[in-house]
Structure formats: structure tokens, C-alpha cells
Design a protein around this ligand. Structure first.
Ligand code: SAM
Ligand code: GLN
Length: 283
């Protein structure tokens, strides 16, 4: 049997040949072996157990076909929680963890005097945002929706695994709330925002659900639709928080000023310095 070191080395070489990120070789080994990095280094010169070697090789074969590592593993880490993911849902992104962090800050700053905070996460996908926010802020009463019934099945499983109490609904944007005459203090949405014609990496384009990615011709379709009906579902004092594309700030700020002239709006950058989050406050 090859050692851990030899096997990771061979995988790096195969990835390099296809111009794919080489770090995936060791990241995949860490997650698959359930050893943390330090433990893995300690075992580096030992022979790999047969079963692990087989799993690593068959997984790497899929990764070399550009399937995302998280689908191969069947899970993804988000905000310190382990979410099950498969082709039915978008893999939650690190930028979105920053959205969660900022939502929690907004709640502390603006809803500290309320006993409960009514929240909805529109387009919940794996449930990453809804579940993390509900776990981190016990005052939250969370509803999560998606137009994809298959995605809601995944989100329900994650809520169960992570012991989060969430009300799920399938439906188009705000429709589930309007039907139930439900009003919220906080509306969260990471909509599909990629322009229809934009070129994407193979790992995204060939494996992730297109219903989770594309937001019409300019990527802004879902924001416009949400803005149009938002006041039907928001309490008088309310906040909306969206993830946005790095180049959508000025178009979205113009849209917000037009539709909500009295609201307070702000775009926040992610750690890479890219415009990434839009906060709209009705205070
Ligand atoms: N919230 C998850 C996250 O941040 O990882 C997934 C976000 S993904 C970019 C967008 C989600 O919106 C997908 O799960 C997709 O199924 C859902 N979606 C697309 N169109 C929708 C619509 N008209 N109404 C509700 N959800 C929709
Ligand atoms: N960040 C994702 C990507 O670049 C897109 C997520 C979205 O459209 N909300 O693939």
C-alpha cells in the first residue's frame, strides 16, 4: 500500500496535469480520513488503510472530472456546522458566512429590545443561512423557503441533523409568506444572481443546480421581484439582507433608492474587498 504522503503526492500531480487546484488533494484527504491536519502529518509516512485508499482513489477520480469535492464527500462546512449537500443544492460559499455574521450583528444592533425576531430566508437551498442564524441567535423564529422541493428536502434533513427548529415552505419568492399572511422583522435572501450568459467554471456549471445560479439577463431579476412585493411581508420596523454579485452595487443601490426612497441602504464588502452584501433598513 502507498503511504498517505505518496498518495496525496500522486493526486496533486494528477490535478496539476488538468490545471485543477492542487490543494484539493490534501483537503480531500483531511476530510475523508477524519484526521485533522496535525494528525495527518503524523501519519504521513504510514501506509494507508485499504478501505481509505479505495475511497480516496474513487473520490479523486470524480474530482478529476471536476465534480466539486463537497458533493463527493456529501457534506460541506458552513459557519462551523456540517451541512449535507448533493446535486439538489448549491454548495454554501464562504462569502455567505460573512452574510450570516453581518445579519447577527444587525440583529444585535437593531432588535436587542425584542423578545423574538421573525425571520425568513428566501431560497434557502441547503438551509445554510437559515440554520446557522437560528442556531446562533436563539430569539429567532425562522421560516425558510425555496422554489425547489428537492432543495427543501435537503434543508429539512440538515435542520434535523443540526437540531434547528425551522418552518419550511416550497414556493416562489414571497408567495409562501403572502399566502400565509405572514410578516417578518428580517428578510434574508441569497438569490441566484449570475447573469444568464456569464461563463462559469466547469465544476459549477456542470454540477450545481442552475435554478440556484442564474438571475436573468443582468442577474438582478430576483432582487427586482423581491423589492416589488417586500412591503407586503415586512413589519414597519424591518431589515432586509441580501448577498449580491461583486459588480452589482451601483445598479442595486439605484434600484433601492427608487423603490424605497426613505430606507437606509448600505453595501458591505467581503474579506476579499469585493462588494458582497446589501443591507436595507426600515427603522
Ligand atoms: N441560501 C443558500 C445559500 O446561501 O447557500 C442557497 C442560495 S442559491 C444562490 C439560490 C436559491 O434560490 C436556490 O436554492 C434556488 O433553488 C432558490 N430559488 C431560485 N428561484 C427561486 C424562486 N423563484 N423562489 C424561491 N427560491 C428560488
Ligand atoms: N457565488 C456563487 C458563484 O459564484 C453564486 C451564488 C449566487 O448566485 N447567489 O457560483
Amino acid at each position: 500500500m502507498p503511504t498517505f504522503n505518496q498518495e496525496v503526492h500522486a493526486a496533486r500531480k494528477a490535478l496539476r496535469k488538468k490545471a485543477l487546484p492542487e490543494e484539493t488533494a490534501s483537503l480531500f484527504m483531511v476530510e475523508l480520513s477524519q484526521l485533522d491536519r496535525t494528525d495527518l502529518y503524523l501519519h504521513y509516512d504510514e501506509e494507508m488503510p485499504k478501505e481509505l485508499l479505495e475511497a480516496y482513489r474513487s473520490g479523486m477520480a470524480r474530482i478529476l472530472k471536476e465534480e466539486p469535492m463537497q458533493y463527493v464527500l456529501g457534506f460541506s462546512w458552513f459557519y462551523g456546522y456540517r451541512f449535507e449537500v448533493d446535486e439538489r443544492v448549491l454548495i454554501p460559499r464562504p462569502e455567505t458566512e460573512e452574510l450570516v455574521a453581518n445579519i447577527l450583528i444587525e440583529m444585535d444592533e437593531h432588535f436587542a429590545d425584542q423578545k423574538t425576531i421573525q425571520v425568513v430566508d428566501i431560497g434557502t437551498g441547503s438551509g445554510a443561512i437559515a440554520i446557522s442564524v437560528a442556531k446562533e441567535e436563539p430569539k429567532v423564529i425562522m421560516m425558510a423557503t425555496d422554489i425547489s422541493e428537492a432543495a427543501i428536502e435537503v434543508a429539512k434533513k440538515n435542520a434535523k441533523n443540526l437540531e434547528a427548529n425551522i418552518e419550511f415552505a416550497v414556493g416562489d419568492l414571497l408567495q409562501p409568506l403572502i399566502e400565509r399572511q405572514r410578516k417578518v422583522d428580517f428578510l434574508i435572501c441569497n438569490p441566484p444572481y449570475i447573469p444568464q450568459e456569464e461563463a462559469l467554471e466547469n465544476s459549477v456549471k456542470n454540477y450545481e443546480p442552475h435554478v440556484a445560479l442564474f438571475g436573468g439577463e443582468d442577474g438582478l431579476k430576483f432582487y427586482r421581484q423581491l423589492f416589488e412585493e417586500a412591503l407586503k411581508v415586512l413589519n414597519t420596523k424591518a431589515i432586509m439582507a441580501f448577498e449580491i454579485g461583486y459588480n452589482q452595487k451601483s445598479a442595486l443601490m439605484a434600484e433601492v433608492e427608487k423603490v424605497f426612497p426613505t430606507a437606509q441602504a448600505e453595501v458591505l464588502k467581503d474579506i476579499n474587498g469585493k462588494d458582497r452584501m446589501l443591507i436595507v433598513r426600515f427603522l
